[in-house]
Design a protein around this ligand. Structure first.
Ligand SMILES: Nc1ncnc2c1ncn2[C@@H]1O[C@H](COP(=O)(O)OP(=O)(O)OP(=O)(O)O)[C@@H](O)[C@H]1O
Ligand SMILES: [Mg+2]
Length: 338
């Protein structure tokens, strides 16, 4: 079985046996190389493109694509939420359209705005050439509100995208935006339509794959959550984190990758203000590789602690807890399994 997309952009599950393939080609259906048939398919494809999901995340992504629902990813900083959208676009070949949210973001920054400078230039040019005198005010205004003067921001770009592949819309850190903006999103994500009063309605012929992320600095409203599938992204377990380090920092040898993952796991259990995410694990491994370290020791951990813990209080806490004991456990765990 696989998922395919018909001319109207609808994803459907079809059997990929010879007959179905023939049928698809007769009806001129394209079997999308990216179309997943199971969560395991998703996991395999993401891994090929540099991201190692756990089973829960792979299942959520599979369902979001199959059911065409936005996927809301919440989790601590650095656990790999934003990267999900990036890897999806690498996999599907679709354009990544990114909307970075912040306090005060509004429709003119997220949806569309009019290019006032160009409109003004158009008016000046009409005056200079005498054209303005020949046409009425209403006609002149009409000229100013044409699509060529429209600045299409991320949401409108995603809605009216017409490329070969389905675009991936990343709405990053939605928890930073205000309630009103969330309400606006609700509308867009329900119908995949945007109305520009002066021009009419823009509708998606192929709804984008939508990934929203939140660090949960505030709760996203229930109404928005209801429209999304939801997944809490956990820190990876030890073995998966070792594999991530090996994948992302290939020049780090296996024992050192295991030691770093073990030390990071220990640091995460210390109830820190900012527990290290995967991003910090990768940074730490990279730093150790650059320094030519092949085995963790207390002196090296002390010297490179700033790559993994970014608050002085957290560093103090780690020291109080004992770096030597942490290193000892890490080295034992890093030893090759016999
Ligand atoms: N499962 C994974 N497989 C491969 N790389 C990963 C994985 N999880 C995280 N990473 C890597 O960790 C880094 C941080 O990921 P990302 O920026 O997506 O985190 P985030 O959750 O969005 O963080 P923040 O909340 O700070 O924005 C990236 O370099 C990403 O590639
Ligand atoms: Mg992020």
């Amino acid at each position: 079985m696989t998922l395919t997309e018909d001319a109207s952009g609808a994803w459907t599950v079809i059997a990929l046996d010879a007959m179905a393939a023939q049928h698809a080609s007769r009806r001129n259906l394209t079997v999308m190389p990216a179309a997943p048939s199971s969560p395991a398919d998703v996991a395999e494809a993401l891994t090929r493109h540099g991201y190692l999901p756990d089973e829960g995340l792979a299942t959520s992504i599979f369902l979001a694509v199959a059911l065409k629902r936005p996927l809301l990813l919440e989790g601590e900083a650095g656990v790999g939420k934003t990267e999900v959208a990036k890897v999806l676009s690498r996999w599907t070949g679709g354009t990544l359209i990114r909307l970075q949210c912040y306090e005060g973001i509004d429709a003119s920054q997220a949806v569309y705005d009019w290019d006032y400078a160009r409109q003004l230039l158009h008016l000046r040019a009409a005056e200079a050439t005498g054209e303005a005198r020949g046409v009425g005010t209403a006609e002149l205004e009409n000229q100013l509100y044409q699509e060529r003067f429209l600045l299409k921001r991320a949401l409108l770009q995603a809605i009216e995208h017409t490329g070969d592949s389905v675009p991936v819309l990343l709405i990053d850190e939605i928890d930073r935006a205000d309630d009103e903006f969330e309400a606006y999103l609700l509308e867009v994500l329900s119908d995949y339509q945007i109305t520009v009063p002066e021009l009419g309605r823009f509708s998606a012929t192929r709804p984008p794959i939508v990934v929203l992320t939140s660090n949960r600095t505030r709760d996203v409203h229930d109404a928005l959550k209801r429209r999304c599938l939801y997944h809490w992204v956990e820190h990876p377990d030890f073995e998966r984190e070792v594999r991530i380090v090996r994948m992302r920092v290939p020049n780090v040898i296996e024992p050192l990758a295991r030691q770093v993952a073990s030390a990071v796991e220990a640091l995460r259990s210390l109830n820190l203000y900012k527990p290290p995410g995967v991003a910090e694990t990768i940074d730490w491994a990279q730093a150790l590789a650059v320094l030519g370290v092949s085995e963790l020791d207390e002196r090296m951990v002390e010297a490179t602690l700033g790559t993994v813990l970014k608050y002085r209080e957290d560093q103090d806490r780690a020291r109080q807890h004992g770096l030597a004991a942490m290193v000892k456990t890490a080295v034992e765990r890093g030893a090759p399994v016999r």
